[in-house]
Design a protein around this ligand. Structure first.
Ligand code: 9PG
Length: 544
């Protein structure tokens, strides 16, 4: 059988390789067999499989993009389209065949996997019939091809990634309280101070101020809700013996920001000279900073130094994908190389000692530069939204199930970087997650060894506060026992229920899906939603 396969394909392929029970035809500029794997070189490589695989490992571009083993059915194009730059790699958002960024893997009937992974940036992998294809948008790259158990092929890959991207010494894993998942943009000085007071006595290492303190996306100065200023805020946190953390989105700017209005030349444009969209959020059109522009680089460095000078030692830099969007740049670099060079500027300016959490970040190009990496979409107090999952075919939006699914499929990165699964919840107030679902998020945090929550202390019952404390103090031993199963202390935990993707919309749902998808890309509709969300928050704020 395999010989017949070999004879039938030898004409098109550069080499036939036998790996255990698998005969593969390979074409690449260079093919090198080592003791444990095969290394390929080329800007385009093809591996001809002897038979169709059963499943495909899709690896999305940035933190929020889907990563999961799926079957081979094409996925619908994710909606709404206006969010493509913000949730996917917009260059490949219309690719419905199994595909992903930098790496891909197929699983055969016997459960074994063949992984093709780039040892460089600006690369993609897809399954085209029975061809596993890798290509690079830039120059030629080196590829790893390895066959084995599903867990072990990723271990081999991440070992080599460490050599490619370097590895900074791992700082102790921080236990973080972050303002986002309770207060959202409604934060102000009084509310935060009250929260900090209530958190006293709980063993957090970092209190992190999230979105809502700034004048505008792009204008990183304290707004009117923080009359004492950022230095005072950091000082207030430090006086409790904790590190002060701050959220910034340095690579995007709102159209209405002073930064964009005053420095239009620093922003990415397309071939026709139009500004490249970095997506739409906060009811605002977002643009992307050109990280190769000398003046923009100076500004980035100064911004990092400013945040450090205010007294923040923990920086959550968000919406970083914008630095790697396709477009024309001051310097003609491949887009991920341009991003990485901007990341280096920020890392150097903040200093080695600062804790750098990268979020909304293209995965591979961030390695070796940040201390922690968000490896999934946002958690939320809701398990799964029918609108997003079924009608929009969107697995990047905030939701506990989306967060757990993608995080689980990126745990293999943990030898290289702290893997942030996003927050866990302890308060049942205003939370539609069942206690089992909340436990699942908590277990995932223990598995990742990255523990964070946003729960307001005044929302916690005495028992909930007790379990939050136990979670923060936990020194429990964790062992992975299967692809999705773990032993946490004496408990066996199975997370496999989150993996399957919901069925796509059909019948009446399909019509609804088209309508909602269309609406979701109208700026007026998004602005309206944003306004409704803001007024809902303002009303709720009175009880806090
Ligand atoms: C602040 C938040 C929090 C959060 C970040 C990021 O449209 N989206 O798909 C989308 C995804 C994530 C997101 C916002 C929008 O949240 O992950 O922790 O810091 O920004 O605005």
């Amino acid at each position: 059988m395999s010989n017949r396969f070999a004879a039938s394909i030898i004409g098109d392929m550069d080499k036939i390789i036998e790996l255990d029970n698998l005969t593969l035809g390979i074409s690449a500029d260079e093919i090198r067999e080592t003791r444990d794997d095969v290394r390929l070189n080329g800007s385009r490589v093809t591996i001809k499989l002897p038979r169709p695989p059963q499943r495909y490992f899709r690896h999305g571009w940035q933190s929020w993009s889907l990563a999961a083993w799926t079957d081979l059915t094409p996925l619908p194009i994710q909606k709404p389209r206006i969010l493509h730059p913000l949730q996917t790699d917009p260059l490949y958002a219309n690719e419905t065949r199994p595909h992903g960024s930098w790496l891909g893997a197929v699983e055969f009937e016997d459960g074994r996997a063949l992984l093709l992974g780039a040892l460089g940036m600006d690369a993609h992998v897809r399954l085209n019939g029975t061809d596993l294809e890798g290509w690079s948008e830039a120059e030629s790259v080196e590829w790893l091809m390895v066959y084995g158990e599903k867990e072990s092929v990723f271990t081999d890959y991440v070992d080599l990634l460490a050599q490619t991207f370097g590895q900074i010494e791992k700082k102790p894993a921080p236990r973080v309280w972050c303002s986002w998942y309770s207060l959202y943009t409604a934060i102000d000085e009084t509310l935060l101070n009250k929260a900090f007071e209530g958190l006293d006595g709980l063993p957090f290492d970092v209190l992190q101020v999230d979105d809502g303190w700034q004048m505008e996306i792009g204008d990183w100065e304290a707004n009117a809700k923080f009359p004492s200023g950022m230095r005072a805020l950091a000082e207030r946190i430090r006086s409790t013996g904790r590190k002060a953390g701050l959220w910034l989105a340095p690579l995007i700017a709102a159209e209405s920001s002073r930064l964009f209005q005053e420095h239009r030349g620093w922003f990415l444009k397309d071939a026709r000279g139009r500004f490249v969209s970095a997506g739409f959020n906060w009811g605002r059109q977002l643009y992307a900073l050109d990280t190769t522009h000398p003046a923009a680089r100076e500004w980035l460095a100064a911004l990092m130094q400013q945040a450090r000078a205010w007294g923040f030692d923990y920086l959550k830099l968000d919406f970083l994908y914008a630095g790697a969007l396709p477009g024309k740049r001051y310097e003609n670099l491949p887009r991920e190389a341009a991003y990485r060079s901007g990341m280096k500027v920020m890392r150097e300016a903040m200093g080695e000692e600062a804790f750098f959490l990268a979020c909304g970040a293209p995965i591979l190009p961030s390695l070796g530069l940040c201390d922690a990496l968000r490896i999934g979409p946002d958690a939320a107090r809701e398990w799964e939204s029918r609108r997003d999952a079924i009608l929009l075919g969107n697995f990047s939006t905030p939701g506990a199930k989306n967060a757990v699914r993608t995080t689980l499929h990126r745990l293999w990165l943990s030898p290289l970087v702290h893997t942030d699964p996003d927050v866990a919840y302890f308060a049942s107030k205003g939370n539609s997650l069942t206690s089992e679902q909340r436990k699942l998020l908590q277990d995932l945090a223990l598995i990742c060894n990255f523990r964070a929550t946003s729960d307001l202390p005044q929302w916690l019952t005495a028992n909930e506060r007790k379990s939050l404390r136990a979670f923060l103090e936990s020194k429990v031993k964790i062992r992975q026992t299967g692809l999705y199963t773990f032993q946490i202390g004496k408990r066996n935990v199975d997370l496999s229920s989150v993996v399957p993707l919901p069925e796509r919309a059909h019948g009446f749902d399909a019509a609804q899906s088209a309508l909602i998808g269309w609406l979701g890309s109208r700026k007026w509709a998004l602005k309206l939603l944003d306004r409704m969300e803001k007024s809902r928050l303002e009303k709720m704020k009175k009880d806090w």
